[in-house]
Design a protein around this ligand. Structure first.
Ligand code: APR
Length: 230
């Protein structure tokens, strides 16, 4: 097995758990406009609408369960302590509920954030404009998710992991959103082997050494079995 593996996951890994992706046919971004629900400007203009969007997604995530792909990655991480870094763009908590430790670069639906003092806490099922922060009491609470135009979390740590990895895998992500879409280049610059696992082609497929095509619930457990047998 490779000495250090970095795995990037996207919405495709949670699709078979019943959570919609963003850019596939019928994806979330064909139903609502990014500018209306996923930017700081949208929240400033219409916080009730933005909260309603994330309340709906929080409820969907809470009702969903991890699928065999989430469980397989948790098994890989458990069997190779300290060698498997999972970075997710997903704001659901299905990796965690499968038992994996993941770096949530786009934040988490299950957390609330105070835009005034920076405190974070477990989000209630429903958030509303004007909810007071439990720390500073200002009515500046928002979902702890990274919106378009904001900086993803933990980029320095991720860059360090990519610079040190010998295998990089991207699972169920379209390669349309940076900086995550650029991780394959960083991994290659570090000399890593790279593999893409996806239902089809992504925007960055040509950059990978290998591709495993099919639904995550099948290709991810098979890939993990192969790695663990090495
Ligand atoms: N198995 C594997 N891959 C799948 C499956 C599946 N069952 N279903 C869909 N996919 C793949 C699609 O082929 C596509 O490449 O998952 C990818 C989903 O792409 P997007 O909808 O663009 O999701 P993602 O790449 O995670 O989006 C990145 O964009 O708006 C944002 O912040 C949001 O984190 C998100 C970011």
């Amino acid at each position: 097995m490779a000495e250090k593996i970095v795995i990037l996951t996207g919405a495709g890994i949670s699709a078979e758990s019943g959570l919609g992706t963003f850019r596939d046919a019928d994806g979330l971004w064909s139903q609502v406009r990014i500018e209306d629900v996923a930017t700081p400007e949208a929240f400033a203009r219409d916080p009730a609408r933005v909260h309603a969007f994330y309340n709906m997604r929080r409820a969907a995530a809470a009702a969903a369960a991890p699928n065999p792909a989430h469980h397989a990655l948790a098994r890989l991480q458990r069997d190779h302590p300290g060698e498997v870094v999972i970075v997710t763009q997903n704001v659901d908590d299905l990796h965690g509920r499968a038992g994996a430790e993941v770096l949530h670069m786009h934040g988490a639906l299950a957390r609330a954030l105070c835009a005034s003092c920076g405190e974070t806490w477990a989000a209630p099922p429903e958030m509303a404009p004007g909810d007071p922060c439990p720390a500073c009491e200002r009515p500046a609470t928002r979902p702890d998710v990274v919106w378009f135009g904001e900086m993803p979390h933990r980029l320095d740590d991720i860059a360090d992991h990519l610079a040190a990895c010998s295998l990089f895998a991207a699972i169920g992500t379209s390669g349309a959103v940076y900086p995550a879409a650029g991780f394959v280049r960083e991994a290659r610059a570090a000399g890593a082997d790279t593999v893409e696992l996806n239902l089809g082609a992504s925007d960055v497929s040509p950059l990978f050494h290998r591709r495993l095509t099919g639904p995550a619930s099948r290709v991810v457990p098979d890939w993990v079995d192969t790695l663990l047998a090495q």
